[in-house]
Design a protein around this ligand. Structure first.
Ligand code: FAD
Length: 373
């Protein structure tokens, strides 16, 4: 039957390509199906200013380093270029234009449906990304707001808002880099920060990527890692409460383990906040015709609101038995490891402090062994 293979990989970006490369190395047959017409589709649509927040030394996938002449933190276009190079280097040939709309277990095999076609396999590696569907919260009054509301996934650059006030909702790495971009484009950005935060510098004393420390600290209990890191964070980031932010009562390592949230890896946002070029506000209570009212009653007129409010993996869109392998938020219970369903694996769903691309490489190597077992 066409499409029969040992392992079907769904998605041809970092996780799917890495899994394919590792399966090739162990000599197992596989096919990769990809919804779009290119590899690295998600990276092609990220905002212009984006660079990796993780150093290239720990962001390369199994079997191919990033070019030595590239900067420590490659640009978005270089990540796309790298993933194209990676595909060619490993001789991977994804089937493009194949969006899986249904994945189910039938008669002891996995059957994935793409359009009119069915792909039958012993194993399936779902590599469709942790950032699949943008989360767009709703607030009262949004319908009367006269400005634009976009998700951070739709943000390209701050050019349209030169000279104008913009509210970015969130305090993750995208929110904070997009706020910097708005400053650089001559706009007047503000951040709406609902929850207490942790901030760590991307580089310690401008030299050592904090991710390298994260890799070492992975072997230490999160609470202990936080206690060890605290003096350094205090020295480099300072007291975040002096600029109107609230500090989480636990540190960044505990935050990742407990909340599955990466703390802000600061690349200059804190300096812009301290310089008064980025405003900091609390949670939004409601929208008005001209802007927003925050929960402390203060008001802000803005031309646009950027929702940097995260993503969901959206596996329920095609995985029939998703409730068996995901938590209530639809996030897989296991990534890079066996799931309760035989032959079903996820790659790229683990939120870790040592970098997701690095983790994807580790998971892909492990899954290749699982798939031949
Ligand atoms: C803005 C941003 C910045 C980031 N920066 C970093 C960083 O600096 N360092 C780091 O380590 N990580 C970073 N990450 C995490 C990043 O998501 C991963 O590093 C990596 O890109 C994830 O790769 P992936 O293959 O799991 O998913 P994706 O890159 O999202 O790819 C999923 C692929 O699956 C395809 N697909 C989806 N659904 C289907 C379907 N039903 N059928 C067929 N194909 C499908 C998609 O078209 C896509 O090609 C960042 C993430 C974001 C959003």
């Amino acid at each position: 039957m066409p499409g029969d293979t040992d392992t079907l990989i769904i998605g041809a970006s970092a996780a799917g390509l890495a899994t394919g490369a590792c399966l090739k190395r162990v000599g197992q047959s596989f096919e990769i199906v990809e919804a779009s017409s290119v590899v690295a589709d998600s990276w092609r649509h990220h905002y212009d200013r984006l660079h990796l927040h993780t150093p290239k030394s720990s962001s390369a996938l199994p079997g191919l380093d990033m070019p030595a002449r590239w900067p420590r933190y490659p640009a978005r276009d270089q990540v796309v270029q790298y993933l194209e190079l990676y595909r060619r280097h490993h001789g991977l040939e994804p089937h493009y234009g194949q969006r899986v709309t249904r994945l189910e277990r039938r008669d002891g095999s996995w059957v994935a449906t793409t359009g009119e076609r069915e792909w039958r396999s012993k194993n399936v590696v779902v590599a469709t990304g942790a950032a699949r569907r943008p989360v767009r919260p709703n607030w009262p009054g949004m319908d009367v707001f006269a400005g634009r509301v976009i998700h951070s996934s739709e943000y390209r650059n701050g050019e349209p808002w030169r000279g104008r006030p913009v509210l970015v909702v969130g305090f993750g790495n995208s929110a904070c880099e997009q706020a910097i971009d708005l400053v650089e484009r001559g706009a007047h950005p503000h951040l709406s920060v609902r929850s207490p935060v942790n901030v760590v510098p991307r580089d310690v004393l401008g030299m050592v990527p904090v991710l390298q420390l994260g890799i070492v600290m992975r072997h230490v209990p999160p609470g202990v890692a936080d206690a060890l890191a605290w003096p350094l964070i205090r020295l480099t980031v300072g007291d975040v409460t002096t600029v109107g932010l609230r500090k989480l009562p636990y540190g960044p390592n505990t935050q990742i383990a407990r909340d599955r949230h990466i703390p802000l890896l600061d690349i200059g946002t804190m300096a812009q906040i301290r310089a008064g070029r980025i405003g900091v506000h609390g949670d939004i209570a409601r929208f008005t015709e001209t802007g927003v009212t925050f929960d402390d009653g203060t008001e802000l007129d803005v031309d646009a609101v950027v929702l940097a409010t995260g993503y969901r993996p959206a596996l329920a869109e095609f995985l029939v038995d998703w409730e068996t392998v995901c938590d209530d938020d639809g996030v897989p219970l296991a990534s890079g490891r066996p799931t309760p369903l035989p032959g079903l694996f996820f790659c790229g769903q683990n939120v870790v402090g040592s970098g997701m691309l690095r983790e994807i490489g580790i998971e892909a190597r492990r899954l290749a062994k699982e798939c031949v077992a």
